[in-house]
Every structure is written in C-alpha cells, then in structure tokens.
Design a protein. Structure first.
Length: 402
C-alpha cells in the first residue's frame, strides 16, 4: 500500500478552490491506482471544532481549535494569536502521533496553522512531503510566529518536493532558496471528461436551464468567489461598453464567515445594487452560491471574462479554453501572459472597460474550428491523463526515498 495523508488548509463542505481540486485529484488517483490509501486532514476558517466526518466517500479529520477571538490590534491580539496557534499545533501533533499507519507521503495544499504544524512534524519525523503552491503568496514557507520558530521548523522537510501551479509561483520558490531540482511546475489538471466543447443545441439547452436570458444573444460568463481581487464589478462596467446583444452571467459563492466576511458580503451587495440602479437587470444576471457544474457555465458561453487581478494560476482560464471558450483577462505576469495566446484562445486586455469589451467582441467571432483546436492544445498539456500519471510517479518516488 501507498499511505498518503492529504492535508488542506480548508476542505469541503467549506468553500476552498484548492481543497476542491485536491479532493477531485485524489478521487481520480485512488480510482486509477488502488494501492493508494488516503486519509485527509484539514483546518478551517469557517468552522471552529474538531470533527471526523465523511465527504464524497473520503474520511476527513478537521482540526480547528481557536479558543480566543482576535481583538482589533496590539498586544492582546498578539497573545490571542499565539494561544490559538499553540492549541492547533498541539492538536495536530497529537493526531499525527496517533495516526496508524504513519503516512509514506504527506501532500499539503494551502497554508494555515494546521499546515505549519504538519510541516514541523514531517521535518522531525523525516516523512517525505509534497508542498503544493496553489495561491498567490510572497513566500513559499508557512507561518510560524515567534517564539515558536525557536523550536518549530520553519523551512521544508529534508525530503520535500514543491509543486508550483504557475511559473510565477516557481519563481517565488526559487527566490525563497528552494532548489530548482525540487520544484515541479505544472498547471492544475483539467478533467477531459468534464471540460470539452459542446454543440450549439447543447449550448442553447444549457442557457435555457441556467440563465434568465432569452432570444438571440452573446453570453459572457464569470464564475468566482465574490471578493475585490476577483474584480467582478469591473465586468459591470464592461457590459455597459458592449453592444446590447451581449449578456453577462456572474456566479460564485460568498464566504459569509471569517475575517473578510463583511467585506466580501458588502462587495457582492454593491454589485447587485449597481446592476439594479444602472438599469442592467435585463443584461446582467448575478447569482450567489457554490457552483458544482462549473463546466456548463464555460460551455454555454461565447466568451469567458477573467478580470481577476490576483491569482496563483487561475484554473478557470484553462478549463474554459478546454471547453472551446476563449478567455479575456488582464495582465498577471507569469499567469495570463503564459496561458492566454492573443488571437488564438483569447486576449490579454488593458484594464479599461472599453478595451476589455473590444477584445470580448473580437473573441466572440472565433471560429468553431479554432475553438476546438485550442481545446485539444490545452488538454494535451494539462489534461488529467497527463498530470495524474506524473503525480503518481512523484508519489512513488517520494515514498521510496524513505
């Protein structure tokens, strides 16, 4: 058996993009390679409890044990943070010491107190560890406050390997002192069974099922968590610069608890108000909630808007192209300029509503043949058949290094 411990900073049912992708990835790996025995450990922002539960057939242990709320600032906030950190680290170490069998490989997604504790444990036990860099960050290393860094490991375990989902994150790792030999730079896998072009009749059926719009129109979609860095409000400006035939669908969840909950809720409410106040209700549909069938929202669109200003990779960009839907994004060095090929699978636009709108109109005219060819290109690079095989080889290599 190959005993793998998957560790995620957040995990379903709590919304987590990286946790959701990690879940799907290991569901596939366990089906393809039955010798993998998987356990899941996660932290949380939304929940604050210690619980064993099952999600989609996988057994999950959540450790969220913050006993103190964080005051606004100053020494009391610092002391509360230290207390919460120590409590979660202690609970994680206890969980890991009692874990039977011990993992052959640990695979970490995201960053929080739980992941910091796991890295410390893996370093001291010399357990091979894969650290997945899947979000925007300044440093690849995990947070350890003073004075804990006097006795906890702050660097990666001796037998570790970094998976960077973009060239941008690879460069951050290199600047942080990680050897290039220990970095695998690869995109998030795109599931060929879900993300592929559909015919016109299927597209129209999806639109009738999922949107409020009717008649002959061009559709722009964007699915993302409502927050300022995802920049949904910018698309409201863009749709005003587009011809009347263009409609916009915005969908995604709101994180309604945690440190930025009020800010995110206020951002969503502002978008809803603007659509109403500016007379755009016939052209813009705004929906809130976790989107399970995200493939349909790519497939039914003429163009996918991607105005986000802050990403680790931007997996929806790849998934949309795989569905034959061109992407219009703004420049994020090492990300959109790597994957969006102007005039082929979309455009990198300026941060102006007029330029963004012009690129949408141009991309909407891409031929079916071009869209299908671009789909094949992205799947040959980032399809699950390619990525999963390389992941399994890495897991075996890491396990055999013990």
């Amino acid at each position: 058996m190959l005993n793998v411990l998957l560790v995620s900073s957040k995990y379903m049912p709590e919304y987590s993009g990286s946790g959701f992708r990690a879940h799907n990835q290991y569901k596939r790996l366990c089906e393809k390679y039955p010798e993998i025995s998987l356990k899941v450990l996660c932290g949380s922002e939304t929940f604050n409890n210690i619980e064993d539960y099952e999600y989609d057939g996988l057994k999950v242990s959540r450790i969220a044990a913050k006993s103190l709320s964080l005051p606004g600032g100053g020494i009391m906030r610092r002391l509360a943070l230290l207390r919460n950190f120590q409590k979660e680290v202690s609970k994680v170490h206890s969980y890991l010491k009692n874990l039977t069998p011990q993992p052959d490989v640990i695979h970490i997604f995201g960053k929080n107190y739980v992941t910091s504790a796991v890295i410390d444990f893996a370093s001291k036990r010399n357990i091979p560890t894969i650290i997945e860099l899947c979000n925007e960050m300044d440093s690849p290393y995990h947070f350890v406050p003073f004075p804990h860094r006097l006795w906890m490991e702050t660097k990666f375990p001796p037998r570790s390997h970094i998976v960077a989902i973009s060239e941008h994150l690879r460069d951050i790792s290199l600047r942080g002192g990680v050897s290039g030999e220990k970095i695998w730079c690869r995109p998030n896998p795109v599931d060929e069974k879900k993300f592929f072009p559909v015919d016109e009749d299927t597209k129209m059926t999806m639109r009738k099922e999922l949107t409020k719009f009717s008649g002959d129109y061009k559709l722009v979609t964007y699915i993302a968590k409502y927050k300022k860095t995802k920049n949904q409000e910018f698309l409201v400006d863009v749709v005003k610069a587009l011809p009347e035939e263009y409609k916009l669908y915005l969908g995604g969840p709101i994180v309604d608890s945690g440190p930025k909950a009020k800010e995110d809720v206020a951002f969503y409410e502002k978008i809803v108000r603007r659509v109403k106040d500016e007379g755009l209700e016939q052209r813009v549909q705004v929906e809130c909630g976790f989107v399970k069938n995200i493939d349909k929202f790519y497939q039914m669109a003429d163009v996918y808007g991607f105005p986000t200003t802050y990403e680790g990779l931007g997996t929806p960009m790849l998934e949309s192209i795989a569905c034959g839907t061109p992407v219009i994004g703004v420049l994020i060095p090492g990300i959109t300029d790597v994957w969006i090929k102007d005039g082929e699978n979309g455009f990198v636009a300026a941060k102006s509503a007029e330029d963004f709108a012009g690129k949408i109109v141009e991309a909407a005219g891409f031929s079916k043949e071009k869209r299908k060819n671009e789909s094949l290109k992205i799947l040959n690079i980032a399809g699950t058949n390619v990525i999963d095989m390389e992941y399994y080889a890495l897991l075996r290599k890491m396990a055999e290094s013990r």
